[in-house]
Design a protein around this ligand. Sequence first.
Ligand code: ZN
Ligand code: ZN
Length: 418
Amino acid sequence: MADQPRAQSILDALSSTREWQADLYRDLHQHPELSHQEHRTSKLVTERLRGLGLDVHDGIGGTGVVGILRNGDGPTVLARADMDALPVAEATGLPYASTEQAQDRSGTTVPVMHACGHDVHVTCLLGAVELLSRGTGHWSGTFVALFQPAEEFGDGAARMVDDGLAGVLPPIDVALSQHVLPAPSGIVGTRSGPVLSAADSMRITLYGRGAHGSMPQAAVDAVVLAASVVMRLQTVVAREVAPTDIAVLTIGALHAGTKSNVIADSSTLELNIRTYSDQVRDKVLGAIRRIVEAECQAAGSPRPPEFELYDHFPPTINDDAVTARVTDALTGFFGDRLVQLPLQPASEDFSDIPRALGVPYTYWGFGGIDPERYQRAEAEGRIDQDIPVNHSPTFAPVMQPTLDTGTEALVVAALAWL
Ligand code: ZN
Ligand code: ZN
């Protein structure tokens, strides 16, 4: 492709960014920070962007940072990386493994680990910024690097938007983001249309009437009520969602009662709901309400149930034209290392940014697992058992070619506009 010599000229400088990228990655990995606590990471990012002479805005939505690299006339491309880590005790055995602890939002002391690979994302985006700032002779336009807090809470992107993100940005033409995945390192995967699910958590409180365990006639048993609700909710996906649509409804927690001879007067359920379109989401949420309210009525519940939605993630739906343009550019560079990304059951809040700005976006994945290890597991039919996935205590991308691939993908995709 005509564009490849430009990309290659810019990426030749990887030989000089690779070393600091590796050092920075190890440093970030060893010092992970929980959602909305990314102060150290944010400071490192800000210093590096200022060092490159970018127009930098920090403290957006808490710890969010935006760096603007202006290079003459042309389109503006925004690329986003998330910065937060998870309350997971690292068990990778790496020399740069995290031993950090922090207080979570409930005040509990928890271990902290970059178990989702956001340290990779930060390192790759900073690398791409430096390569583009050194190679300004090969492109024109504006590149915006955005570092967001609290992806794992699902509200970091929205907080940046609410804190005036649009006011510091030039008009954006396209937004890009990427995630490291449990696939062979060196591989990049794109996908048009829905790519990540919407996720909602819902807490439901059911009310009964407590009584002595020997006197059920005096009670409305909140345990039996909860059991009916749990079983009946299984029919939502099985009987109400079309077989061509996808939805997941998991009841991850059920709490009721204190003692065998006390009939519980309330119970709580915690649900997790995954969908790939607003239409299916509305249908599932509506069915849950209808079923729960009817079961409470059937039980003679003395008070209506309460519903609380929390930790909402929007669906990620890649723009067809943007995805085709990125896929073309990445295919030109990566050849057969570019594959189609399967539909991902996970969720992301990245799309809150382009949605708020009214710009099209695409989100792709790239591998982080040692290719030989992956091949061995595949040959033995043991991928599920042997390949750690994101959020697992043993998820640790191999540094190379993962860092190179994530950096290259950002530069090549941005050049499709710049
Ligand atoms: Zn994650
Ligand atoms: Zn993640």
